[in-house]
Design a protein around this ligand. Structure first.
Ligand SMILES: [Zn+2]
Length: 429
């Protein structure tokens, strides 16, 4: 049940001492990042300002926009030769956010994932199929290395070709799968169509998008698994930040590795236990890219009760976002990214609408775009090439397939004040 029993069962006093020691170390590390050096000096903060864990509230927040402004390597606290891996995640406009890892970071990260897996009873006897994107998305390689560390037999099947995925589960006796909950729903339907009941499966690890208890019940029934929620984000290594234990009532967060606060996103003030707000995390063990008070944008709360299995407060399942980010097939998309892409294509204007639907349990995004008046001949029919161009530009920028519909100039709604360009028609899952 424990990967690292000593650290997973630290008493409160020892844990807080360790957290403070690591917070001070992180504070020293960020001095190698120009952004922090300037920001902390402006706030009048020095190493001696951090005497207790509560002093963290003196430190300004770090936002996703700050990371984007530092593109590409502005937040690295070590020379590039010490960075052995780079991942990226979508930013709010064109440029992605870059995250880097030293060799030690990769070791720490896979260790955290190994803790999660061990917590729910996964061992080296398990066969693991990792059905997520293996590219720049951290979910693929993150889980891959954690599973190898546990000693599982790992099948890096990545995404796509659902029938083949099902054949592999059956042929290789797969016991444990990892994917998005919506892909798991799709998988279960295809398995039913194929007339197979995936007998070998025992455990499903699902993450990268919010999902509900009713989806959990459906997945457990259809796939014959116990389903666990996994939470993480690339800026905090990736998956492995918080994870459900066998109680499946809230997610354990590794307090020796992540210092957690919940704030009111409007005021920035901390809220009480049991009150919902935005999750703010200060990672305490990152080497390449230390961060202070990173605003995740994810809405959750700290749970008041402890757990039978481990010490430390859990966080509740994520219920939404404090910003306008969409999660489409596990990929983060900001409407501003779409706008940024469209503005670079002179034949279309900056008027657009985004519709998100769920078809056969898979997210589908449709973008309606107005053609620029000067480029509009009166015929929508001759615009196939332009339509293909917009599809390609969006795919390149978002790493996501979208449907694009070109519409006549002036035909989309205009907004006064805050625009409502996104219509999310997916039912909550
Ligand atoms: Zn527990």
């Amino acid at each position: 049940m424990f990967w690292n029993k000593k650290i997973e069962t630290l008493n409160n006093k020892d844990l807080q001492e360790l957290q403070l020691k690591r917070l001070k170390k992180t504070f020293a590390q960020v001095q190698h990042v120009d952004f922090y050096k300037k920001r902390l000096a402006e706030a009048g903060l020095k190493a001696s300002s951090i005497k207790t864990l509560d002093d963290i509230t003196k430190i300004p927040f770090t936002k996703k926009q700050d990371l984007r402004d530092g593109y590409p390597f502005g937040f690295f606290a070590v020379p590039l030769k010490k960075i052995v891996r780079i991942h990226t995640t979508s930013g709010t406009t064109g440029k992605p956010t870059v995250v880097g890892y030293t060799r030690k970071d990769l070791d720490t990260w896979s260790d955290l994932i190994a803790r999660n897996m061990t917590m729910v009873g996964i061992t080296e006897d398990d066969v693991f199929q990792n059905m997520v994107n293996y590219g720049m998305f951290t979910g693929g390689l993150g889980f891959h290395y954690g599973a190898e560390k546990v000693g599982m037999t790992v099948i890096p099947s990545a995404t796509g070709n659902t029938k083949r995925q099902i054949e592999m589960i059956n042929d290789f006796g797969v016991t444990t799968i990892h994917c998005t909950p919506s892909y798991a729903m799709h998988l279960s339907e295809v398995a039913e169509e194929m007339g197979t009941n995936l007998d070998s499966l025992k455990t499903g690890l699902f993450g990268a998008e919010p999902w509900s208890e009713s989806v959990r019940k459906t997945l457990e029934r259809r796939l014959g698994v116990t389903a666990y929620d996994s939470y993480g984000l690339s800026e905090l290594f990736g998956p492995g930040v918080a994870f459900e234990c066998k109680e499946r009532d809230g997610l354990h967060i590794w307090h020796d590795a992540y210092l957690v606060e919940i704030i009111d996103p409007r005021t920035g003030e901390q809220v009480g236990d049991g009150e919902r707000g935005e999750l703010v995390v200060t990672p305490l063990v990152k080497e390449a890219m230390p961060l202070l008070r990173y605003r995740t944008g994810d809405v959750t709360m700290l749970m008041e009760d402890g757990c039978l299995c481990r010490r430390g407060q859990k966080i509740a399942r994520i219920t939404g976002r404090s910003d306008d980010m969409l999660v489409i097939r596990g990929i983060n998309v900001f409407p501003s990214q779409i706008e940024h892409v469209l503005l670079k294509i002179p034949e279309v204007g900056n008027q657009f609408m985004v519709y998100v639907d769920r078809v056969n349990h898979l997210d589908e995004m449709t973008v309606e775009v107005e053609i620029n008046r000067e480029h509009f001949s009166g015929e929508l029919a001759d615009l196939t090439n332009l339509q293909k161009k917009v599809v390609k530009e969006l795919r390149d920028a978002l790493e996501l397939r979208t449907t694009v519909k070109l519409v006549e100039p002036g035909s989309l709604p205009r907004f006064e004040g805050k625009s409502k360009r996104v219509i999310d028609r997916r039912e909550a899952i």
